[in-house]
Write a protein that binds this ligand. Structure first.
Ligand SMILES: NC(=O)c1ccc[n+]([C@@H]2O[C@H](COP(=O)([O-])OP(=O)(O)OC[C@H]3O[C@@H](n4cnc5c(N)ncnc54)[C@H](OP(=O)(O)O)[C@@H]3O)[C@@H](O)[C@H]2O)c1
Length: 382
């Protein structure tokens, strides 16, 4: 399960929880492993079965170790319960139970078909890994990634208002890659009036020859938040444009959720960034920092209610999705998560962190206990 948790943390955060899986032979040898790489891609269990088969191994009779109870529903991919059963897996050991309205019940479905199932092994670690995702789904709102692109001194625009471009092409291409996998991109009316952005996901040339990648298959919704009207000739208008005539963050998020948005990328200027931060609604912060000093200009955040250092909004490096610190050409990308969520990642975990349920399960060779969770998520991996 420790290996499965490490694998889970390689996935990207967003609409779905991070999930990892390992397939063991009846003798306990690792036959294959995998993790969920984001919405629309194979679930961890299916990826692990495919990995085993690609190595010439037959998973039949083996054990599936997975960080979340296998889903039991047809979403963008098929039910994992059925895939596990069809593969002839004899036993499933999972960490956290699936409490989603759509996908729960996989363990029971498998038990009814003679597959042994044990839940609760490293449940605490699995739920902490997905703490902010669980919180967002419990609040029936999308998972929120806030993106900023700033100078070394934290400016998002120069004194004359120019902001395109502070960061280089590799950072911008990375930002477009995030746009391509979210359900919606959101900016404030201030950014729309200042920059007239399209907010679409586009390939960005990242080499001297101007070679661009392929255009993403699906475009996110383009939401603009604020009370001022969006000009009729604004580039953001067109199919997929969603005006959110409010300054209230929960109202905006509820509207997005009602339209099926499960992951929103907030790309506004300081007004919107500060509003989401103050509302406690930022689950992930992706910050591109360019080696540029502006000295004056628009700061990344407005005042956000921090009169003293002890009250600061603190963040911690998030290794999920390929690393907390990444160099992109001349720029650096920081991937951060709220410090109040800083416990129980696989890297942090030691033997002493094991829960009582873990110890019981490890000693008995089974997993027990499903303590109450603060959430009722809406779905498993999509
Ligand atoms: N480098 C970057 O990453 C980056 C990204 C985006 C923008 N920018 C720069 O940021 C500057 C624009 O800053 P901005 O702050 O005006 O843009 P913004 O944050 O996109 O928009 C601010 C506007 O959003 C509306 N709004 C809705 N809810 C709000 C709330 N709860 N709190 C505050 N405002 C709310 C308000 O307009 P209403 O009066 O209409 O309600 C407000 O004036 C431009 O210079 C742009 O180039 C830089």
């Amino acid at each position: 399960m420790d290996r499965a948790l490490e694998l889970a943390a390689q996935g990207v955060r967003g609409a779905n929880p991070l999930v990892g899986a390992v397939v063991l032979s009846p003798e306990g040898q690792v036959l294959g492993s995998g993790y969920h790489r984001g919405a629309g891609t194979p679930h961890a269990e299916v990826a692990a079965l495919a990995d085993a088969r690609s190595r010439g191994a037959d998973p039949a009779g083996g054990t599936m170790v997975v960080t979340l109870e296998p889903c039991n529903h047809q979403g963008r991919t098929g039910p994992c319960s059925a895939a596990i059963h069809a593969a002839g897996i004899r036993r499933v050991v999972f960490a956290a139970p699936d409490r989603t309205a759509q996908a729960a019940g996989g363990a029971r479905w498998l038990r009814d078909r003679g597959v042994e199932t044990d839940g609760g092994l490293r449940q605490t670690q699995s739920e902490h890994l997905n703490g902010r995702w669980l919180r967002a789904t419990a609040q029936a709102r999308p998972f929120v990634t806030l993106k900023t692109a700033s100078s070394l001194d934290g400016r998002v625009a120069a004194a004359d208002g120019t902001s395109q471009w502070i960061t280089g092409s590799q950072a911008r291409a990375d930002g477009h890659a995030i746009r391509a996998r979210v359900d919606a991109v959101l900016a404030g009316t201030g950014t729309v009036l200042a920059d007239n952005p399209r907010l679409t996901a586009r390939p960005v040339p990242t080499d001297d020859a101007g070679t661009a990648g392929s255009t993403p298959p699906a475009q996110p919704l383009r939401a603009v938040m604020g009370l001022r009207p969006v000009p009729q000739d604004a580039a953001v208008r067109g199919p997929g444009f969603l005006p959110l005539a409010t300054r209230d963050v929960p109202t905006a998020l509820a509207e997005l959720h009602s339209r099926g948005v499960r992951h929103v990328l907030v790309e506004g200027g300081p007004g919107i960034a500060g509003a989401f931060l103050a509302a406690g609604a930022v689950d992930e912060l992706v910050s591109y920092i360019a080696p540029v000093v502006l000295g004056e200009g628009t700061p990344m955040f407005p005042p956000v209610g921090v009169p003293t250092l002890a009250a600061a909004h603190r963040w911690v490096p998030d290794p999920a999705g390929g690393g907390a610190v990444t160099q992109l050409g001349p720029d650096v990308r920081l991937r951060l998560r709220p410090a109040d969520d800083d416990n129980g990642t696989p890297a942090d975990r030691t033997a002493a962190d094991r829960t009582a349920a873990d110890r019981t399960a490890t000693a008995a060779g089974t997993a027990t206990g499903t303590p109450a969770t603060p959430s009722t998520p809406q779905h498993n991996q999509e």
